[in-house]
Design a protein around this ligand. Structure first.
Ligand code: COA
Ligand code: ZN
Length: 306
């Protein structure tokens, strides 16, 4: 039988409490956010991105970041990174006892302008002191690059721009890069093109790359499968398929953790994640939202309960 080049294990990075909830219109009480994060950690997810120390004016939903981190019962084996846009955010994060952060920029100028009111170059300069602080404190840093496969304002994005931003972030001390399909337009051939450029000509180690797909047009799992075949071992997902991005009009949810784990389980690829416990976390948060979770697995599970 033909042998496919697939990994034995995949590290799933849960972004629901941050990337998911930041885009929810209805106010979610702090205690419920804390419980949601705890349920996801209890499901065995090795990384649960908990919240965001950005300007509360920009993202009111996550204005309670300090209280969330203070109230969270942390499991020793779980990493709880937070988003940090500038020194002010880093100071708040340090005060809250954060041990792992993520900075974020994009591969398209107009998106960066809308999202963080800066050019890509300015955004990178803002991160320099943040990453220096992180290094001093022994805090791990991830770098998000948004709009890698397309931009809501500019359309096509040149993979060379992705490489340029990736190199700059790595040179500044970012340990891992998450390549984001912010508006969910990518198709598997683009995944090949981008990874090939970054790891071939760009000589970036595949182990430093994570992929972050949105399922807006139904291509997220196909893109994941292609990324796995190319050697990627870290995949971002959000419980229930929550989220999107407030600065990316029409961007529907992240790839759902349930859908990803279901596929990986079926393929015999280990994640350490208990799928039914992820469903339980989604079931906990769902009644607090003003819409049904987009996860296909979750919907099938619900239908089977009727
Ligand atoms: N935490 C809390 N408050 C912050 C802050 C932070 N990390 N960064 C800035 N602020 C406050 C400043 O104190 C200032 O408040 P004031 O007017 O009361 O003095 C105000 O926000 C404006 O600060 P400024 O430095 O001029 O920032 P800005 O208005 O240019 O905004 C960002 C830049 C990056 C801070 C802001 O756009 C932001 O937080 N964006 C987040 C976007 C996001 O999370 N998107 C989703 C991720 S994909
Ligand atoms: Zn996302």
């Amino acid at each position: 039988m033909m042998k496919l080049a697939l990994p034995q294990a995949v590290r799933v990075v849960e972004v629901g409490p941050r990337d998911g909830l930041q885009n929810e219109k209805v106010h979610i009480p702090t205690e419920q956010k804390i419980r949601f994060i705890e349920l996801l950690a209890e499901a065995g997810l090795p990384v649960v991105e908990a919240t965001s120390f950005v300007s509360p004016r920009a993202i009111p939903q996550l204005g309670d970041a300090g209280v969330v981190m203070a109230g969270l019962k942390r499991l020793s084996g779980t990493d709880y990174p937070v988003l940090v846009p500038n020194v002010k955010g880093m100071e708040r994060a340090l005060q809250a006892g954060v041990r792992s952060i993520a900075v974020f920029t994009a591969a398209s100028e107009s998106f960066t302008r809308h999202n963080i009111n800066a050019s890509i170059a300015q955004s990178l300069e803002n991160f320099r002191p943040v990453l220096e602080m992180a290094q001093r404190e022994g805090i791990a840093a991830r770098g998000y690059i948004s709009t890698v496969f397309g931009c809501p304002y500019e359309g096509a994005v040149n993979p060379r721009k992705v490489l340029e931003v990736a190199r700059a972030l790595l040179d500044m001390g970012v340990g891992e890069l998450s390549l984001g399909d912010t508006i969910g337009v990518a198709t598997p051939n683009q995944v090949v093109e981008v990874l090939d450029l970054l790891c071939g000509e760009g000589q970036i180690e595949m182990a430093r790359l994570a992929v972050h797909f949105h399922d807006t047009r139904g291509t997220a799992l196909a893109n994941v499968l292609m990324a796995l075949q190319m050697g990627v071992r870290t995949v971002d997902a959000a419980a229930g398929g929550l989220g999107g991005c407030p600065y990316a009009p029409g961007a529907s949810g992240n790839l759902a953790t349930e859908d990803l784990v279901y596929m990986l389980n079926g393929m015999g690829i280990a994640t350490g994640v208990d799928l039914e416990k992820v469903v339980a976390a989604t079931r906990f948060i769902a009644p607090l939202l003003d819409h049904a979770p987009a996860s296909k697995y979750y919907q099938a599970w619900q239908a089977s309960c009727m």
